[in-house]
Design a protein around this ligand. Structure first.
Ligand code: CMC
Length: 429
């Protein structure tokens, strides 16, 4: 709490609002007692000015285009760290020692297999089900399989559930993919890295040997790390809200996956690649820019814009470099989608509409190009986002559970419906 205070004057009465001081970012007005004292609510649909919790995990400076995981800039982590090391950092607050990292790696890899009976669960889905639909169902169903990690009041249960989800989400996503293409499920191989194992489970078949390309493994690891957490975004807030009622961790993460699926959030990577394909060639870009500026068209440039970043998205910068690297190393020269993406970015960034609204490419603008070059269908893009964000959801969920001031999330409303009225009999309506 700082020495500053704000004063609200309402109907001639004054109400003091304490000012809370964050480590980084703007000060926060504490309005918790406002309703009790002044009998008014605040109105902020979309939470554009509302801090819903305290958190020590991730910080974004939207004006500087800065993203910090536990204080470490994302660019440094992308260059020097790995996804699993970043998972440890997000979950426990500090970078691991070599021994801690080795132990964490063992704990995660020992949990990569899923209960054999879960395979039957997959078979209940239509073959053409979107892998996100399958994931929402199967991750939610984990609570029916792992009863020994459901007690949220027990720190050990919370820990085991967390490790299980980090370990099993890649297996579940790969199974959803294999099921959709009619190939047999591939068991995890614990001698491989986290990213390498995921590629193995997606692309190997029993009929021949699959060797994980180190280039693709590194690119996949980086995609996972860049998506690992992003403070109180829609899906994370969904996980927190679900968790605030005391729901079990598997149910909470399933809720997060459902929220992530939307095209304004994690579904944007699929929507963006589909848009780049629809544009098709550089000469059609002006037509799509004009459409994006026309409010009546209902069309937005996918992979563009962000609620918090108003300068640039630092993840997009790393992703753009990765796209260049991966395509170069795969020997894909002059990839038409990459050409369209780069030209679209160039034109949009010079256009008054995008400049004045501070709209920049976000993380999803280039990720789809990399994933497609790796051989993933567009329907797998959002599941890969879900695998990556799992650690963020879990870290935020654990932080919420351990917060002694925690309460069930229960927003109020500004009611605009009918006033009280009497029921009318069916015959007289
Ligand atoms: N194309 C064209 N116009 C846009 C776009 C866009 N992509 N994004 C925002 N605008 C306009 C919007 O029409 C509005 O104009 P006006 O002020 O004249 O009404 C203004 O910019 C502000 O937009 P908003 O919808 O109020 O902003 P928001 O903070 O609520 O939405 C967003 C952020 C990411 C949902 C939005 O920019 C968007 O829909 N982008 C496309 C989808 C996308 O790429 N999503 C991925 C986000 S990054 C990955 C993740 O975290 O999930």
């Amino acid at each position: 709490m700082s020495d500053r205070k704000a004063t609200l004057t309402l109907d001639g009465k004054e109400f003091d609002l304490p000012v809370m001081k964050p480590v980084l970012g703007p000060d926060v007005l504490d309005i918790r007692k406002l309703y009790g004292q002044a009998d008014v609510f605040t109105f902020d649909p979309g939470f554009t000015s509302t801090a819903a919790c305290e958190s020590a995990i991730t910080y974004i400076d939207g004006d500087l285009g800065e993203l910090l995981y536990r204080g470490y800039p994302i660019e440094q982590l992308a260059e020097k760290s790995s996804h699993l090391e970043t998972c440890f950092l997000l979950m426990y607050g500090e970078l691991p020692t070599a021994a801690q990292l080795a132990d964490f790696n063992t704990r995660v890899t020992r949990h990569t297999m899923v209960h054999e009976q879960m395979m039957n669960f997959f078979r209940g889905f239509r073959r053409d089900a979107h892998p996100m639909a399958t994931m929402v169902g199967v991750v939610g169903a984990m609570s029916a399989f792992y009863h020994d990690s459901l007690d949220i009041t027990d720190a050990w249960h919370r820990e085991v559930a967390s490790i299980r989800m980090i370990a099993k989400l890649p297996t579940i996503a790969a199974m959803a993919y294999k099921y959709s293409v009619g190939q047999p499920f591939v068991y995890p191989k614990n001698s491989l890295s986290y990213a390498g194992n995921f590629l193995h489970m997606c692309f190997s078949v029993p009929a021949e040997e699959y060797v994980v390309s180190p280039i693709l493994e590194k690119a996949m690891d980086r995609i996972m790390m860049l998506h690992a957490d992003h403070e109180q975004n829609a899906s994370t807030s969904t996980v927190r809200l679900a968790g605030s009622s005391g729901a079990n961790p598997f149910a909470c993460i399933a809720a997060g996956i459902a929220c992530l699926w939307g095209p304004a959030h994690g579904g944007a990577n699929q929507a963006c690649l589909e848009m780049l394909k629809e544009i098709g060639s550089v000469d059609r870009i002006p037509e799509f820019i004009a459409k994006a500026k026309d409010k009546n068209s209902g069309f937005r440039l996918m992979g563009f814009g962000h609620r918090v970043y108003k300068n640039f998205d630092p993840r997009a910068k790393v992703m753009k470099e990765s796209a260049d690297e991966v395509l170069e190393l795969l020997g894909v020269h002059n990839n038409p989608l990459l050409q369209v993406a780069k030209e679209l970015e160039r034109i949009a960034l010079e256009d008054e509409y995008f400049v004045s609204k501070k709209l920049y490419p976000n993380v999803d603008f280039y990720s789809g190009i990399i994933l497609e070059a790796m051989g993933f269908p567009t329907s797998m893009f959002t599941p890969i986002f879900a695998i990556s964000r799992t650690v963020g959801w879990i870290s935020q969920w654990k932080e919420m559970i351990s917060d002694p001031t925690g309460k069930i999330g229960r927003p109020r409303q500004l009611y605009v419906g009918p006033t009280k009225r009497d029921y009318t009999d069916l015959r007289s309506r």
